[in-house]
Write a protein that binds this ligand. Structure first.
Ligand code: DC
Length: 224
């Protein structure tokens, strides 16, 4: 059976993670959340007390950093310099600085290198901002997920609520729009829909519908 690469890109909180996870589980594929890798780097910057806009210091730090994704007890864990940080990388303090940090080209080089190594064999679903455009431009299936900003804020609020973090929808919408602006406007690998990506607007779709849409497209390619 052919093992393909599925690239799922899209703006913050567009539903990529939950969808990618279920698509991977349905197909028996590995799921790689590349945003988690940028978050791990942001956590390192936060802990090192380096200014998140100091690109020179961030570049230097990136060359001395290891960010890995490891499969433990059936779950992918984010490992920063040997330490598991899967929970900590979701903290709002990390979210607040991750976009400027991911504009630094040395940080991107480090992450893209790791991602390509993990995806080489296929049988993988990678989600992020630049998977279909930069990391795997030859991916067999590319999906670009979009959703209304207010709907994305509502979803993010629900997700944070389950972790005991209370933030208003208005505040989250503002933060999401700001991240969209930085992610789309940066000069290195900006968030953009690859020409051959299929756009999927999830504003009015259930998670099951999103998963079904992608799995059906993937199966057609796998069985070709
Ligand atoms: O998917 P997320 O919200 O966890 O991603 C966090 C940040 O990481 C996002 O604001 C931009 C950056 N990112 C990126 O630049 N490229 C990727 N492939 C994935 C994420």
């Amino acid at each position: 059976m052919k093992k393909i690469i599925i690239a799922i890109d899209g703006p913050a909180a567009s539903g990529k993670s939950s969808t990618a996870k279920l698509v991977a589980a349905t197909l028996g594929y590995l799921h790689i959340d590349t945003g988690a890798m940028y978050r791990a780097m942001a956590l390192k910057i936060l802990r090192s007390k380096v200014d998140p806009n100091d690109t020179v210091k961030i570049s230097a730090l990136a060359t001395r950093t290891s960010v890995r994704l490891a499969l433990r007890e059936g779950k992918i864990r984010v490992v920063l310099d040997g330490e598991e940080v899967s929970g900590e990388i979701r903290l709002p303090e990390v979210t607040n600085i991750v976009s400027p940090i991911s504009t630094v080209s040395d940080v991107r080089k480090l992450m893209v290198h790791e991602q390509r190594a993990m995806g080489r064999e296929g049988g993988i679903v990678l989600e992020g901002r630049d998977i279909g455009s930069v990391v795997f431009p030859n991916a067999e299936l590319k999906i670009f997920m979009v959703a209304d900003a207010r709907e994305r804020a509502v979803r993010r609020r629900k997700e944070l609520g389950t972790k005991g973090v209370e933030i208003s929808v208005e505040e989250l919408e503002k933060e999401i729009l700001e991240r969209d602006r930085i992610d789309s406007g940066r000069s290195v690998s900006p968030l953009l829909k690859a020409d051959d990506a299929i756009e999927l607007d999830t504003t009015n779709l259930s998670i099951e519908e999103q998963v079904e849409f992608i799995v059906e497209k993937a199966r057609k390619i796998i069985e070709q």
